[in-house]
Write a protein that binds this ligand. Structure first.
Ligand SMILES: [Ca+2]
Ligand SMILES: [Ca+2]
Ligand SMILES: [Ca+2]
Length: 224
């Protein structure tokens, strides 16, 4: 990615650049490969955290010559970007959370985007939980946030897992937050159940992959 990109989505190229703060993009999780628009070619979906690298802070200057330097601690942002590997261009980019660097919960994204067709309509969804505790479900075609989302949880660092836990035709999302809550959410944002499991749930998805079958049966027991 470019060294500096705006965190704003769909920035008008005619807008004065002085109105924008250009920030360092960081990809802190494994990108996800998927054919998100069903055209036979893969896209690369990445969760991006925008913040100023502390070592680079003296380098950054506001583009407005008349203004003073930026307060670097005032800007942290997160978003999802989709790169079309065939056309070598951005399919879409969306900005999600925005905070300062001074808050307890920051707009960082540590989990990988999950791509799945939750409701079986042939259109992929992109699911991501953020450090601000928000669960987003995006339309895979354009990145628009799906109706009923985001949902608020405690800080989310784990990748959101997806499975048909309920045993119907749709997929449910399994959210693990940093307060130890394990929550089952359906595609319409309804919370089917939640359980306090552990104090921290950072690597839940890793456990999920390693012991997939056992966990599914455990989750079904929780549903009873
Ligand atoms: Ca594609
Ligand atoms: Ca869908
Ligand atoms: Ca289901």
């Amino acid at each position: 990615m470019d060294d500096q990109v705006p965190y704003f989505n769909n920035m008008d190229p005619n807008e004065e650049s002085s109105k924008f703060v250009f920030m360092d993009p960081h990809v802190l999780s494994t990108p996800t490969l998927a054919d998100i628009n069903n055209d036979g070619h893969m896209e690369l979906i990445m969760a991006v955290s925008y913040y100023f690298d502390k070592a680079d802070k003296p380098v950054h200057k506001n583009n407005d010559e008349n203004s003073t330097d930026i307060d670097y601690d005032m800007y942290v942002a997160g978003g999802i970007v989709c790169w079309d590997l065939k056309s070598q261009s951005w399919s879409w980019t969306v900005h999600l959370d925005l905070t300062t660097d001074k808050t307890k919960f920051k707009a960082m994204i540590y989990g990988s985007p999950t791509v799945a067709d939750l409701d079986g309509d042939g259109i992929s969804e992109v699911i991501i939980g953020t450090s601000l505790g928000l669960l987003y479900v995006l339309d895979g075609r354009n990145g628009f946030v799906r109706r009923f989302f985001p949902l608020q949880f405690h800080e989310i660092q784990a990748t959101v897992a997806v499975a048909d836990v309920k045993g119907d035709s749709d997929l449910e999302m399994i959210v693990a937050d940093m307060d130890g809550n394990l929550v089952l959410v359906d595609a319409n944002g309804e919370i089917l159940w939640d359980k306090k499991v552990l104090h921290y749930l950072i690597y839940f998805v890793l456990i999920f992959i390693i012991n997939y079958i056992h966990l599914i049966y455990s989750l079904k027991d929780l549903c009873l």
